[in-house]
Design a protein around this ligand. Structure first.
Ligand SMILES: [Zn+2]
Ligand SMILES: [Zn+2]
Length: 160
């Protein structure tokens, strides 16, 4: 193994996959088998309402590394182009399949059985944040990051 390859291996985080998780009542359960792409807190007023809290916490998972293993989540939220999935019984907001994007799923981080590792790497919509609501995110955006910023964000997250 050459030195560069060795160093790349050394900084790869051990994500301890697979992960499991589920809604509050346990009717809907899922598994995650691929490393996360990015972690995010969103302060937008829509997330404030859907979480009944200050912001949502997301972890972007490659779509082919995410599987619902028990139960049938239902569409909730705005019933719009972005599909927000909820447990049909306890109504926990579990994950989102964003509009026009099919290669990742935005999982709500606190659905994971083991969420203690989680911190948001970036935060969005700080322009709508409650004045006291702060996170330890490395990058903050008043709205969303510009499209061209994502490549660098994904790369830096993977190496963090
Ligand atoms: Zn439930
Ligand atoms: Zn939001």
């Amino acid at each position: 193994m050459d030195e560069l390859h060795f160093r790349t291996e050394a900084i790869m985080r051990d994500w301890k996959l697979p992960w499991t998780g589920g809604c509050r009542c346990g009717l809907v359960r899922f598994s995650v088998t691929k490393p996360p792409l990015l972690t995010m807190a969103c302060h937008c007023s829509g997330c404030q309402r859907m979480t009944a809290s200050a912001y949502s916490l997301s972890v972007a998972i490659p779509a082919d590394g995410f599987e619902v293993t028990t139960g049938e989540p239902v569409i909730g939220g705005l019933h719009g182009a972005s599909r927000h999935y909820f447990c049909p019984h306890c109504m926990s907001w579990m994950f989102t399949r964003p509009e026009g994007i099919d290669w990742f799923v935005n999982l709500r981080a606190t659905m994971l059985d083991e969420a203690g590792w989680y911190t948001p790497f970036m935060e969005t919509w700080t322009s709508e944040a409650l004045p006291w609501a702060k996170t330890p995110a490395r990058y903050s955006y008043e709205k969303l990051p510009p499209m061209e910023a994502y490549e660098g964000l994904l790369k830096e997250f993977a190496e963090s």
